[in-house]
Design a protein around this ligand. Structure first.
Ligand SMILES: Nc1nc2c(ncn2[C@@H]2O[C@H](COP(=O)(O)OP(=O)(O)OP(=O)(O)OP(=O)(O)OC[C@H]3O[C@@H](n4cnc5c(=O)[nH]c(N)nc54)[C@H](O)[C@@H]3O)[C@@H](O)[C@H]2O)c(=O)[nH]1
Length: 141
């Protein structure tokens, strides 16, 4: 069976840019282990847990952002399939706007850094083509 993980692409709107796209920043976290890769908050589904609960739990654990901080965007969910050490992995991402753009991010031991970045930088940091396509797909106007 495929490994399964769920998480949130979290974005915030900041004031001050002339273009609507320039106002949007996406949250990426950098792992403190392995290749130190960048992804949105996400993690493995616990036995018996439903996917959205996993996504909310992991976003709280990894970024300190709870359901009270997030405005979930209805009807957006994207599925990625890739291989980790030869095994298939399926990742589901929901999309959510940070209600208060000033809310602090609090990392766990699993991550060593985070950044709020615009779409192009998010794609470049994330590196993975499938995640880039997901981000472009969810690009907000
Ligand atoms: N010490 C150590 N410990 C590790 C390591 N590894 C795990 N731990 C432990 O696991 C716990 C994390 O548990 P959760 O938080 O529940 O799970 P996830 O959030 O699912 O986290 P993962 O890191 O397991 O999984 P991915 O992010 O999926 O990365 C796996 C590989 O897939 C590639 N990859 C990543 N994203 C994409 C993409 O979008 N597209 C494509 N195409 N490829 C992508 C990339 O090559 C990457 O290397 C940690 O606490 C550690 O204890 C490790 O290498 N060393």
């Amino acid at each position: 069976m495929a490994l399964r993980a769920c998480g949130f692409i979290v974005f915030r709107r900041i004031a001050g840019s002339a273009s609507p796209q320039g106002n949007i920043e996406y949250l990426l976290l950098q792992t403190s282990y392995g290749e130190h890769h960048w992804t949105p908050p996400k993690g493995h589904v616990d036995p018996g847990e439903d996917d959205l609960t996993t996504a909310l739990r992991e976003t709280k654990e990894e970024a300190g952002l709870g359901v009270e901080h997030l405005q979930v965007v209805d009807s957006f969910v994207q599925k990625l399939n890739y291989k980790v050490r030869g095994k298939p992995k399926e990742v589901l991402y929901w999309l959510a706007e940070l209600r208060d753009p000033g809310t602090a991010v609090t990392l766990s031991d699993e991550h060593q850094d985070y950044r709020w970045v615009q779409l192009e930088e998010a794609c470049s940091l994330a590196g993975y083509k499938d995640l880039q396509e997901t981000k472009r797909f969810c690009s907000i106007e």
